[in-house]
Design a protein around this ligand. Sequence first.
Ligand code: NAP
Length: 518
Amino acid sequence: MQATLFTPNITDAGHAHDCAGRANPEGNMNRQYELKELIQSGNFVDGKWLEAADHARFSVSNPATGESIAQVADSGPADARAATDAAARALPAWRDRLPKERSVILHKWAALIMANQDSLGALISLEQGKPLAEGKGEVAYGASYVSWFADEATRIYGDIIPQQQRGKRMTAIREPIGVVAAITPWNFPLAMIARKIAPALAAGCTVVAKPAEDTPLTASALVLLAHGAGVPAGALNLITASREHAIAAVADWLEDPRVRKITFTGSTPVGKYLARESAGTLKKLSLELGGNAPFIVFDDADLEAAVDGMLVSKFRNGGQTCVCPNRVYVQAGVYERFGEMLSRRVAALKVAPATDAAAQIGPMINARALDKIARHVDDAVEHGARVLAGGRQLAELGPNYYAPTVLADANHDMLLCREETFGPVVAMFKFETEEEAILAANDTPFGLASYFYSESPKRIDRVSRALETGIVGVNEGALASEAAPFGGVKESGYGREGSKYGLDDYLSIKYICQGNLA
Ligand code: NAP
């Protein structure tokens, strides 16, 4: 029997209430919410929390226990359309606000997020499963994008083009692209959506958003705080949906000519589907897709640093990040030693629910994810891999736990070499020469992140240029920063999030040619 831990805070469509005052009645940017108060179960459309049009709901579960946390709106095309209507109506006024005004609101939102770091972090852990310290870290990471784009809102420059003809002035200005649809995954339920909504609002766009089925609660909480910080009704709209309903709801956005841009983070097959299906209205797309990151350890590496980098890059979020190393290439001279050092540290990682303060790895997001990990490890062992650590489910802890795993003697016939495992599994391949490592690293349709460890300056220069990925970590495992351009090449997608380039995806360039001047 599943228990509902929190009372849904939902209104009937016919009796929707405007939450502008309720979200933050005192206008206090430091208002702290209890975790329970952050949980919303409706769609947020035009400043109101609403039931789905057909009153459908679905259940959100705690991956550590399988218990239901809340029932939330299960939206369809009518809800998606209502969100677009609201965003289209709100666009002219939001676009016409002074950049400084948009900036002030976004800074207030960032402050409110940080004032609620503890309860938001706990909510992330509750619905996504990551350890509490990581949940709180994600809150700070998401807020850093909101602050960054709050500043960037005031730096949207154009150009005066050097004069080509007398009596003519040519200028290029950058304008908000229009209504933006944001679709996000479950692995970073706060950061992934924050780093789409913040640049869109900063640029003067309005937003319709749909978070993943597994983690809608954090996204709703974020929207609650945005509204409390002064984002006006209609500028930011959010609908939640089960996987079954999401396809039809999102299809409405794909076909609607008022939606001018899709920003998506998720798997490559879904990214390709969105690109195909939105072609009818030629929308601009940003696609942050899957990875299959190589991690190369050369003979001349600082092995302690390489092991530290591997732990940070591979085991954060239980290995469920798009930039996690998926294939680890270790040069023959240090292969066995690196394997020993790494497996000792990995075997010591504490696997536990987020409620355990010592937890370093939580449950995987759901049974499908766990099955994929088990399938990849079993397939690798059948193809000759040696298990140096882990290699099994931890059913004694709960339904979705897998032991952090190190496999040696991996080869290219194994499934985990071709597909993203998305779990706490390191597969070590042996190589002899630099050329061999680079060829193997690039032998994938994906190109998001890559890592390598070497102490040789010439090799560092050569290898950083040779790797076909959008992001390269050199002697470093933690790459993400709001100040850096995050994104991939090849089938890992296009567009960049964060940095001074991050606003470009939400702007279009208008060329103005004025003639008949004296
Ligand atoms: P996913 O299955 O592609 O889902 C991502 C989002 O798309 C979810 O909101 C999902 O809704 C929705 N969706 C799925 N199928 C859809 C369809 N046919 N029409 C409309 N919406 C659809 O990916 P995921 O499993 O949640 O996330 C893991 C993947 O994301 C990995 O491949 C990872 O590498 C990638 N990722 C990439 C980055 C990056 O920055 N490059 C960052 C994080 C994750 P439902 O939840 O209802 O299915």
